[in-house]
Every structure is written in C-alpha cells, then in structure tokens.
Design a protein around this ligand. Structure first.
Ligand SMILES: NC(=O)c1ccc[n+]([C@@H]2O[C@H](COP(=O)([O-])OP(=O)(O)OC[C@H]3O[C@@H](n4cnc5c(N)ncnc54)[C@H](OP(=O)(O)O)[C@@H]3O)[C@@H](O)[C@H]2O)c1
Length: 258
C-alpha cells in the first residue's frame, strides 16, 4: 500500500520483524545487527563469545533483542537450535549469516582436519541454518536468508583456496536453496564482498608484509570496504526492497571485479 505523502517513507522498514544475525560478535555481523535494529527489527545475536555478543547488544537501537551464543560448526545441532530460538522469540523473518572463518594456508600444508573446520564453519553452517529455518513454526509466512560469499571465490586467491572453495560453495548453495525453499516462502540471496577491514582481515595481515597488504588495498579501486558497506546490502536483501529477488549473487567489492 502506498503511504500517505506526509509519512516518512522507508522501503527498508523492518518494524515488527525478527532477524537472526550470525557472526554478530564482530565485524560485518556486528555492523549488520546494528543496521537491522536501526531499521526497526528485533535482532537475535549469534556468535560463540557471549561477552562480545553483549557488547553488540549494547550498540543496538530499540528493544526486544537477545543474545543466542552457539557454535554453528555443530551442524547436527543447528536445526534444533533454530527451533528453540523460534519457540522462545517467535518465527524468524530472516537470517543474516555473517559467521565465518578464514585462515590463510597454502595447499602444500592442506589437511583433512583443516578442510573440515573451514567447510563446517563457512558452508555447512549455511546449509544447516537453511534446514533449520524451513522447519514448521520457525519462519514467518515470508522470510529471507542473506549469505556471504567472497571475491576469493570469484577471482584467484592463492594461499587461501580452502576458504575460497567454501565461499564458492555458498554461491552454489544460494542458487539451489533459492529454488528449493520457494515453496516455503523463503528467499535466498548472497553478497560477494572483496576486502572489508575487520578482525578477520587484521588476523590475515599478520602473515603479510606491509607491501603485500598495500597491494591488496590497490586491488579495490574504491579502497578497502567498511563493514557498513556490506550491512547495507544485507539489510536490502532481508527487507521488502528485494521481494522480487531470489538466487541472486550481488557483488559489493569496491570495484575489485569491475
Ligand atoms: N572481512 C572481509 O574482507 C570479508 C570479505 C569477504 C567475505 N567475508 C565474509 O564475511 C563474513 C564476516 O566476516 P568478518 O570479516 O566480519 O569476520 P570476523 O570479524 O572475523 O567475524 C567473524 C564472526 O563469525 C563468528 N563465528 C566464527 N565461527 C563461528 C561458529 N563456528 N559459530 C558461530 N559463530 C562463529 C565469530 O564469532 P565468535 O568468535 O564469537 O564465535 C565472529 O562474530 C565471513 O563469512 C567472511 O568469510 C569477509
């Protein structure tokens, strides 16, 4: 319905909606939680570090938010955990899946344990959350999932191929899930960021020389991103602004792949 001309029109208004944000204890997830709360949503904050989730809670606008610490690498337990959140707080209108790990590691020291760790945290968690959300009573009539891939998946990322493969899997999963969850009223889209200055990048920086780090900066004509640059797109993908989008892969990369 078109609002009266006198009302402030915000097509990204999330008033009355409940959003789960994973990775909310840091970086892009924290910025996304703040952004969604400023748009009116109630936010469930997930990460493993309860103390840092409380810090994020202190930054949120509005009321009715809650922290829900949980390790999303425990894939078998994720659907039951989602069900418990819906029972406690109500059906979810969306999930911003921002949790993820990245450890730079050349293929010469590849191990099965490292593969399992990265794949479970980055890709398995997304699939398990999708399974969790589609359960009866866990989602509102119309809901959305926003996943995060990486330009590591769409442009060569030497020394980082296990992470890149997990993020390539996110792109494939976005498309498959979008079609599989159509009947449940759940849209699924994905953001593909290049380098955003967060703790994740700060940790990787320790393994690089100053020259190598500056080279990374030059890969993005618009420079490194800020967590809000990704949070804005995630909010768009969870709000009605994207009601005609599902299975879309949206690049937000400072011109990296232009
Ligand atoms: N920063 C970038 O340049 C960049 C670029 C492309 C894509 N991305 C992707 O964007 C997402 C967010 O990245 P970021 O830079 O914000 O990372 P970050 O600052 O390192 O934060 C990662 C978040 O993930 C959570 N997390 C990790 N493993 C988890 C698990 N098993 N269960 C629950 N929570 C878990 C962490 O919380 P706890 O420590 O409390 O568990 C933390 O809140 C990731 O998927 C990343 O791959 C980032």
């Amino acid at each position: 319905m078109t609002p009266p001309m006198t009302a402030v029109y915000n097509p990204m208004d999330l008033s009355g909606r409940l959003m789960l944000v994973t990775g909310a204890s840091a970086g892009i997830g924290r910025a996304t939680a703040v952004m969604l709360s400023r748009l009116g949503a109630r936010v469930l904050l997930n990460g493993r570090d309860a103390g840092r989730l409380e810090e994020t809670a202190g930054l949120l606008a509005g009321k009715g938010h809650a922290a829900a610490p949980f390790d999303l690498s425990d894939l078998e337990a994720v659907p039951g955990w989602v069900k418990a959140q819906a029972a406690a707080y109500g059906p979810l209108h969306g999930i911003a899946h921002c949790a993820g790990i990245q450890t730079l590691r050349p293929i010469r020291i590849f191990s099965a344990a490292f593969f399992d760790e990265v794949m479970r945290a980055n890709l398995g968690s997304a699939l398990a959350l999708a399974r969790g959300l589609r359960q009866k009573g866990c989602h509102a009539e119309r809901a959305a999932i926003a996943l995060i891939s990486s330009t590591a998946a769409t442009a060569a990322s030497p020394g980082n191929v296990v992470y890149a493969a997990s993020k390539g899997g996110i792109i494939a999963a976005t498309k498959g899930l979008a079609v599989e969850l159509l009947g449940d009223g759940i849209r699924v889209n994905c953001v593909v960021p290049s380098i955003v200055e967060t703790e994740l990048i700060e940790r990787g920086k320790q393994k690089l020389t100053a020259e190598q780090y500056e080279h990374l900066r030059t890969l993005q004509p618009l420079g490194f991103g800020h967590p809000d640059d990704i949070a804005h797109m995630i909010a768009y993908l969870l709000a009605d602004t994207s009601r005609w989008m599902t299975g879309s892969i949206v690049t937000v990369d400072g011109g990296r792949t232009a």
